[in-house]
Design a protein around this ligand. Structure first.
Ligand code: 0CJ
Ligand code: F3S
Length: 320
């Protein structure tokens, strides 16, 4: 039996590229322009298959470690942040390093070093093995313990209740993190926290938009890659609000059987997913007889980050 087509598509706003991703992708594009190919990139510049493939087609070479890139090469460090050893290795290898770490991740790195210098024991809330967590833990490895769940808090040892502070990954679920922080406070009433939380504005806004959309939708689709933490969190937020949801890399990943009995579909995208992929999903639905497309705007974003100084100077030189 043919699956039916939804009559309405609700587009979450904001969705897609955040300021840190916009900047990171532009950094690789501009580095290719200024230095020529190959430009090496430490780790996926952002966790999106389409972004990585399209930059690779233009001459970017992705490596997991700076030591996998030749001495003297040009290397961009990914948006997720890198540990200090990676910067030291790049310098020792005489590499031209362009740092695409999101400034909001750098802020967390600075907090980690400040707390460690002040003698605090730091609890980092984050996902084990995630690139951002590796970079943040690297700032103060002897002072940081990682937790993911409230249960992990119960297992913490080596933490002095008199001088404990917490930090988080920038792309976590706001609600799950609040539950971990509650448990931390129960166990450590003197817990110190960063003035503003570490979950970034883009993560917060994309999750809020899904929460607004969920009650109006029979199904939510999130455009993003499996490796993208913030994109996966959007699927979970929809599920937590009783709306089935799927992560799709692009329109070709939509399974028509998901649409059986679905009248209204919500559509959003992770912070690393290009808008062109969202456009393709909308076109996919239109080809199947979709009626209305409505944007549901929860907040207007106006955040921009400047290019790193060394790349800006190189671009000015090339233009002169
Ligand atoms: O870690 C970041 C600074 C976020 C970068 C943008 O998203 P993405 O998908 O590359 O990374 P996450 O896996 O952290 O969401
Ligand atoms: Fe930065 Fe948040 Fe994007 S930390 S890279 S603005 S998801």
């Amino acid at each position: 039996m043919m699956s039916s087509s939804p009559h309405t598509l609700l587009l979450a706003a904001p969705r897609g590229f955040c300021a840190g991703v916009d900047r990171a992708v532009l950094i690789v594009e501009k580095a290719l322009e200024a230095y020529g190919a190959p430009v090496y990139v430490r780790h996926e510049i952002v966790h999106n298959t389409h972004v990585v493939n399209s930059l690779a087609d233009r001459g970017a070479v992705f490596v997991e470690d700076e030591t996998d890139a030749p001495e003297g090469s040009v290397i961009v460090f990914s948006a997720h942040g890198s540990p200090p050893e990676a910067f030291a290795n790049a310098a020792a290898r005489d590499q031209t390093l362009i740092d695409a770490t999101c400034p909001l991740v750098t802020k967390v790195h600075n907090e980690a070093r400040r707390y460690a210098t002040a003698g605090k024991d730091i609890v980092l809330i984050g996902h084990e093995g995630h690139q951002e967590v590796l970079g943040t833990m690297g700032q103060a490895p002897r002072s940081i313990s990682l937790v993911e769940t409230p249960e992990d808090v119960d297992d913490l040892d080596d933490v002095d209740p008199e001088k404990v502070a917490y930090l988080t990954q920038t792309t976590l679920s706001m609600d799950d993190t609040a539950a971990v922080v509650d448990r931390l406070r129960e166990r450590f009433p003197l817990l110190q926290q960063p003035k503003k939380g570490d979950i970034c504005y883009a993560t917060t806004n994309r999750q809020d938009a899904v929460k607004t959309l969920a009650p109006r939708c029979d199904l939510i689709l999130v455009v993003g890659s499996e490796t993208s933490s913030n994109s996966k969190r959007l699927v979970e937020v929809a599920n937590d609000h009783d709306t089935p949801a799927h992560l799709v890399d692009d329109a070709s990943h939509i399974d028509p059987s998901w649409l059986d009995g679905v009248g209204t579909v919500g559509l959003t995208s992770g912070a690393s997913a290009p808008e062109v992929l969202v456009d393709e999903v909308i076109a996919w639905f239109r080809e199947r007889g979709l009626g209305t497309v409505e944007t549901v705007m929860v907040v207007d974003e106006d955040v921009h980050f400047a290019m790193p100084g060394n790349l800006a100077r190189k671009l000015a030189e090339v233009d002169a």
